[in-house]
Design a protein. Structure first.
Length: 334
């Protein structure tokens, strides 16, 4: 299977390439980014020397379609929706890592991303690529809306309890490494600003809040309402979400445990730690989502952790590709 990565020089693009090079069934045949002059990818990222010497240039969609069957869009929102329709019309499998195709209600997308949606036809047919809950739809998809990083860890950590109506008054307090914001050149995104620093941002209007609410409402079949405050921590990668909630009735840890076990019994990338709480060091570099929880009286604290660039982006994108193309779900990811 020949694959193309558009946005190859970004954090998720680089991570995708690392995973795809290890994948037994694929060959990377096209790369591009927004770039001043074409150059060998291994010149931009010397750790790929001898492993991937393709030229990386500005996008040439015709060339990408000619050279590849599966197209990964590791691009900023807005850019993805300007490229995706071309590839869909050519019958390519498109896996988009941006938020452009994640929202069922276009008004919500336009409000939180402050832009008009230009591709409503494909928005309707896009499938939300969270394999743990949407595998049957993913298998038949031609356009995947790969989930956001905070939504992936939040949804996986909360879904079993929300589905069973056992939790209310939910607060997601999530911490992300600096790569979550992409390779942004602004001063406030630079290492010297973030090193030794920690701050919260957008407590009420972060763009991942409506995504979390949309998907959890769909999975649980009830209108979910919750609070979500993201933070940036001085680490390069990883998201740790500490989630607080009240139980709607007294339940034992073993009962909650069996709910999670039942929900994820066929999910190769969810690891249930029971009372032990996850740590970033144990998931960084992997496609796993670790989940642990503790209960006292009718209060519960759930902790979820992922690598934002892998399970929160590139790894999950490859997991979706594997499911659609009939490869083992874990190919290239273990
Ligand atoms: N970072 C995360 O943890 C994460 C997690 C989940 C989803 N996502 C989503 O994944 C997408 C990529 O994120 P990222 O963190 O990898 O961003 P990034 O580091 O900013 O990379 C964006 C990539 O897109 C390229 N690009 C930008 N405009 C372009 C254009 N008009 N034509 C061609 N290439 C263009 C950039 O090229 P230059 O570098 O040359 O400008 C770069 O290669 C975003 O939509 C993001 O929201 C990110």
């Amino acid at each position: 299977m020949k694959v193309a990565v558009l946005g190859a020089t970004g954090f998720t693009g680089e991570t995708l390439i690392e995973i795809l090079l290890r994948h037994p069934k694929v060959k990377i045949s096209y790369l591009c980014a927004k770039i001043d002059k074409p150059q060998k990818f291994s010149k931009i990222f010397p750790h790929f020397k001898g492993r991937l010497d393709l030229i990386c240039a500005n996008p040439d969609l015709e060339k990408a379609a000619k050279l590849a069957e599966t197209i990964f869009l590791a691009l900023p929102h807005r850019v993805s929706q300007s490229f995706a329709p071309f590839f869909v019309s050519k019958g390519k499998l498109v896996i988009d890592l941006s938020a452009d195709y994640r929202f069922k209600k276009v008004k919500v997308y336009e409000q939180f991303y402050q832009t008009k949606h230009q591709d409503l036809a494909n928005l309707k047919q896009a499938v939300y690529g969270l394999p743990e809950f949407y595998k049957p739809k993913i298998k038949k998809a031609k356009l995947i809306a790969n989930p956001g990083c905070y939504p992936t860890v939040s949804i996986l950590s909360l879904a079993p309890l929300l589905e069973s109506g056992l939790i209310k008054n939910v607060i997601i307090d999530a911490k992300s490494g600096v790569s979550g914001a992409g390779r942004n050149p602004d001063l406030s995104y630079r290492y010297e600003y973030k090193d030794g620093n920690c701050f919260s941002y957008k407590p009420f209007e972060h763009q991942h809040l409506p995504e979390i609410v949309q998907v959890l409402s769909q999975i649980s079949g009830r209108k979910v309402s919750l609070r979500f405050t993201p933070h940036v921590i001085p680490a390069k990668v990883g998201i740790l979400a500490t989630i607080y909630g009240d139980l709607t009735k007294k339940v034992s840890e073993s009962k909650v445990n069996s709910l999670y076990e039942k929900c994820y019994k066929k999910a190769p990338f969810v690891r249930l730690l029971k009372r032990k709480l996850p740590q970033l060091k144990e998931v960084v570099g992997t496609n796993f989502c670790d989940i642990g929880f503790q209960i006292k009286d009718k209060k519960i604290v759930i902790v979820g952790a992922i690598d934002n660039l892998i399970k929160g982006a590139a790894g999950q994108a490859v997991q979706n590709m594997n499911i659609i193309l009939g490869y083992p779900e874990t190919a290239g990811l273990l």
